[in-house]
Design a protein around this ligand. Structure first.
Ligand code: ZN
Length: 298
């Protein structure tokens, strides 16, 4: 049945399912899922892009495949997991997004069949247009296994006989890798860079929700000599410098990519998030990318 006719029929019949069909008739909102290993990874790698897309009306979901229960030098595993779960809830309050923390052990995530099915379920249920995950080559085994799990799901999200209880997607999402700590030697240029300059403070505020990590665990494990400021204002400045601007620095290889997407505005770009396309998902050209990332100059 024609969707508009169906919509009118539904209206006449009392409108019980108006929302569902209204979504079909109007231009469907875009949906992004960021699947990472630990609570805080999505914010650190993709926070700025997520904030910008959220301002454009995109629906954003962050997922942590582990509960992060080894991410502190003090306390029991249970105490750490609860604290980190609450920090993820705080992120939800600070940004208009969904957040799911799965109860897998930190540091023990395996790229097995059970976890693959879980990732397929997450992507399908969110009806994702864009899926973002860690790069294949990264320092933490949970990051590498998360990346592999998402790659393994990329084709299978479209296969109806796999996990038949959750309807398969008819369209492939665009799959992207975030920038890890290391340069991909085979492919030193990112495919996409997003200018996060307008939202650097918002990104810092989002990261500040992970107090157990930013002010306690990461300085301890990295043997950082930086003094953590006492005031809230000082803390935001600290995150801005250490986590947003340093990690968002435009490297030599990024410059042509910034110019490609931002044209004459490229010189105003002060901080970026960089992404590489995973070729197992939707194949896209530049026009498709501009449609999915409307912040780029036309
Ligand atoms: Zn992590």
């Amino acid at each position: 049945m024609n969707k508009i006719v169906h919509f009118i029929l539904v209206l006449l019949m009392g409108g019980i399912t108006i929302n569902m069909h209204a979504e079909d008739v109007t231009n469907k909102e875009k949906r992004v899922i960021v699947i990472c290993a630990h609570p805080d990874d999505a914010e650190l790698t993709t926070g700025g892009t997520s904030i910008l897309l959220s301002h454009l009306g995109y629906k954003i979901k962050f997922v942590s495949l582990t509960n992060g229960n080894k991410g502190h030098q003090e306390g029991t595993k249970n105490e750490i997991a609860i604290r980190r779960y609450n920090e993820a809830q705080e992120v939800k309050r600070r940004m208009n997004c969904a957040y799911e923390v799965l109860n897998n052990e930190d540091g023990e995530l395996e790229a097995n069949l059970k976890n693959r099915m879980e990732v397929i379920r997450l992507i399908r249920e969110w009806k994702a247009d864009i899926v973002i995950t860690h790069p294949s080559y990264d320092y933490h085994p949970d990051h590498r296994n998360t990346s592999l799990l998402v790659q393994d799901a990329a084709f299978l999200v479209n296969v109806p006989k796999i996990l038949p209880e959750v309807p398969a997607l008819r369209e492939s999402p665009l799959f992207l890798y975030t920038r890890g700590r290391y340069v991909n030697r085979q492919k030193p240029h990112p495919d996409i860079v997003v200018d996060i300059t307008p939202v650097v403070r918002e990104k810092a505020y989002l990261i500040d929700a992970h107090a157990s990590q930013i002010y306690e665990w990461l300085p301890w494990i990295n043997r950082s000599k930086e003094i953590i400021p006492d005031t809230q204002e000082g803390k935001i400045e600290y995150i801005l410098k250490e986590y947003v601007l340093k990690r968002g620095e435009i490297k030599e290889n990024d410059k042509p990519v910034v110019e490609k997407w931002y044209g004459s505005r490229a010189k105003e770009v002060k901080a970026i998030e960089a992404f590489e396309i995973c070729e197992f998902g939707r194949s896209v050209d530049d026009q498709d990318i501009r449609e999915l990332f409307p912040m780029f100059s036309k």
